[in-house]
Design a binder for this molecule. Structure first.
Ligand SMILES: *Cc1c(COP(=O)(O)O)cnc(C)c1O
Length: 357
């Protein structure tokens, strides 16, 4: 007979042992030869065991739930997720022998649904992204389970001072670069957890690094950042999975964000195609959003004669989007013509100049 406390101790030990077997993710240079004084890097979060930056979040959320006494030996674990978080949480749930159910919009990419199932998770489908929260809470209530609620807990489950969070890892890996303290770090916002961690970490360590959030143009986050009274948008926020929301999530902390760029989906997808080709591997749509904002910032810095580094995030593996943003038929059905945007981002990588809009 194991006691509750013994099981929690065992569970934390399993997660820590998994971490101990894992390597850190690479920081990849993204060369723009025409801009010798500006260095762009991508933190490759696709190389985590579950393929995205949500691997870090899922680990933190499970540790948080275990240490808070919310997750016990027989607790069904439920999450509201557009996919990536659920894939990573399914991995940790299986590691601990727990039932896991993801509440996902039915528009979620099939490859992500397959990945959740691959790790032993179940999917509960709802019509639209706005419905996932309530559906997840009531499912957890019905099952006597735990609703993880990444959107509320992302910013507090992550140890923002350090403990190998993404910010600490980036600054450590930048140490031997020509401009070791990034001028800008660019990321997206889904939960808002990544931007909160990086913004707090930079302040706490007194680095003169600014945080730019690259947001889909349909998302509420940049509207809220500009005017705090805006709490939601009625239209769906677009087709870049993982980022852009209709409601301001509790984990999005606008006060630690220095700049926001609203990026049209066609630009994000074009940049995802372009950077995939330049790196020789496929990246997801939100990486494209980040890269488009990096290009704007780099061109801007060059014009003002500034030198320095820009770090952004390769959020997930593009293989997950073979039947969406990398499928011509899918793009056509969505009415997305990315040819002009593709020429523009290619022009940036070739010449270092970039005209926004
Ligand atoms: C969640 C997610 C993001 C944004 O990260 P947050 O920390 O949740 O703001 C970006 N890209 C992808 C693919 C994601 O799944």
């Amino acid at each position: 007979m194991t006691t509750k406390r013994e099981w929690v101790s065992w569970a934390i030990g399993r997660i820590e042992a998994d971490f101990n077997r894992s390597a850190d993710t690479h920081l990849l240079p993204l060369p723009v030869p025409a801009l010798p004084d500006i260095a762009i890097y991508l933190k490759d979060e696709s190389s985590h065991p579950t393929g995205s930056l949500k691997h870090r979040l899922a680990r933190s959320l499970f540790l948080y739930g275990l240490c808070n006494g919310w997750i016990c030996e027989d607790t069904p674990v439920v999450e509201a997720s557009s996919g990536s978080t659920a894939v990573s949480e399914a991995y940790f749930a299986r590691m601990l022998g727990l039932r896991f159910i993801a509440v996902v919009p039915k528009s979620t990419a099939q490859a992500k649904i397959d990945a959740i199932a691959f790790y032993g998770g179940e999917c509960h489908f709802v019509d639209g992204p706005a419905e996932v929260y309530e559906a997840a809470q009531s499912l957890a209530d019905d099952l006597g389970g735990h609703y993880v609620d990444q959107f509320t807990y992302a910013e507090r489950a992550t140890d923002w001072r350090a403990n190998n969070n993404i910010a600490e890892s980036i600054f450590t890996q930048m140490a031997r670069e020509p401009h070791p303290v990034p001028h800008w770090i660019v990321c997206g916002a889904g939960t808002g957890g990544t931007s909160a961690t990086i913004g707090r970490y930079a302040r706490y360590n007194r680095f003169n690094t600014r945080v730019c959030v690259a947001d889909p143009d349909g998302s509420v986050f940049h509207r809220h950042w500009a005017d705090r009274s805006v709490e939601r948008v009625e239209h769906p926020s677009g087709c870049i999975e993982g980022i852009g929301r209709q409601r301001v999530e509790p984990s999005f902390l606008p006060d630690v964000v220095d700049r926001m760029e609203a990026i049209p989906d066609a630009c994000s997808i074009a940049a995802a195609h372009e950077v995939s080709e330049r790196l020789g591997r496929r990246c997801g749509g939100s990486t494209g959003t980040n890269v488009w904002a990096c290009a704007m910032i780099a061109a801007d810095m060059a014009e003002r004669g500034l030198r320095g580094s820009i770090v952004s995030i390769l959020c997930d593996d593009g293989a997950r989007y073979a039947d969406t943003i990398f499928d011509e038929g899918w793009l056509a059905a969505k009415g997305l013509d990315i040819a002009r945007e593709r020429r523009k981002i290619a022009h940036f990588f070739d010449t270092g100049t970039f005209a926004a809009g």
